[in-house]
Design a protein around this ligand. Structure first.
Ligand SMILES: Nc1nc2c(ncn2[C@@H]2O[C@H](COP(=O)(O)OP(=O)(O)OP(=O)(O)O)[C@@H](O)[C@H]2O)c(=O)[nH]1
Ligand SMILES: [Mg+2]
Length: 238
């Protein structure tokens, strides 16, 4: 299925991204896609900035949630809203400058061609990570190895957060079935896609360290994600 620009919604989850948000939103809008910011009442005023951007541009939408409820549930809420509004391609993208917008059309085209998930991948030939210290690289590499080994996945970048899903994939998964609230969301979604037999394509990207602000990946979040993958492995999915 060929995607028209108006079929695509880019979901940007935000928690304390005031310094990065405007650049990210404008860059996506320059490509032509609509944007939905899902903000968890960021204390730094990201939500207020998003409201201003939404007011000046009808292609920018905002969903505000009552508090920090996790990356996974932010995407689930954003996807549900996008599907209800009729979008056929739902894109995940960080708001912190790590995901360069010029890859967007390729991701959307790959999802349209294959009818499955398209991932902007750091770990296939041609992909790279710029600006991360060695311990951050090690964590990401170890997390991917762990997921591949436990879940039997052949995907190189299971934890990537730059993706495009065609509507039919999300409908087949059933958003209500997804249990991950935090960072294991990315892994659970790849796992569900492969279990349902959808193709997963990885396109090489150059991933950049966030432009400003702090990472939300805490030690607690990592522990929670590792445990969630174990649960996926031994409890399975419905
Ligand atoms: N709405 C919402 N957004 C979140 C939450 N946690 C993280 N985010 C956003 O999700 C995106 C990815 O989070 P990051 O902290 O950049 O995490 P990351 O990209 O995995 O890690 P870094 O490379 O360290 O930046 C960013 O736009 C965050 O602001 C959350 O609980 N709720
Ligand atoms: Mg980031």
């Amino acid at each position: 299925m060929r995607a028209r620009t108006s079929d695509v919604l880019v979901v940007l989850p935000t928690y304390n991204e005031r310094e990065n948000l405007e650049r990210a939103v404008r860059a996506v809008r320059a490509v032509g896609y609509d944007v939905l910011v899902v903000d968890d009442r960021s204390p730094d005023g990201t939500g207020e900035l998003a409201a201003d951007l939404a007011e000046e541009d009808p292609g920018v939408h905002l969903m505000v949630r009552p508090g920090k409820l996790g990356l996974g549930t932010a995407y689930l809420a954003g996807f549900a809203c996008g599907l209800e509004r009729g979008y056929d391609f739902l894109v995940e993208m960080d708001a912190d400058g790590s995901h360069r917008p010029e890859y967007l059309p390729q991701l959307v085209a790959a999802a349209g061609r294959s009818g499955g998930l398209a991932i902007g991948s750091r770990y296939v030939a041609g992909g790279s990570v710029a600006g991360w210290p060695w311990h951050r690289k090690l964590l990401s590499w170890g997390a991917n190895l762990y997921c591949r080994a436990l879940l039997g996945l052949a995907i190189r970048d299971c934890t990537a957060g730059y993706r495009c899903y065609p509507r039919r994939v999300l409908e087949a998964i059933g958003l209500d079935c997804v249990v991950s609230e935090g960072y294991s969301f990315q892994i659970e979604m790849v796992y569900r896609c492969t279990r349902l037999g959808f193709p997963v394509r990885e396109l090489p990207i150059r991933f950049e360290d966030r432009i400003a602000g702090r990472s939300k990946v805490s030690e607690g979040e990592v522990r929670k994600a590792l445990l969630a993958v174990l649960m996926l492995r031994f409890r399975g999915i419905d």
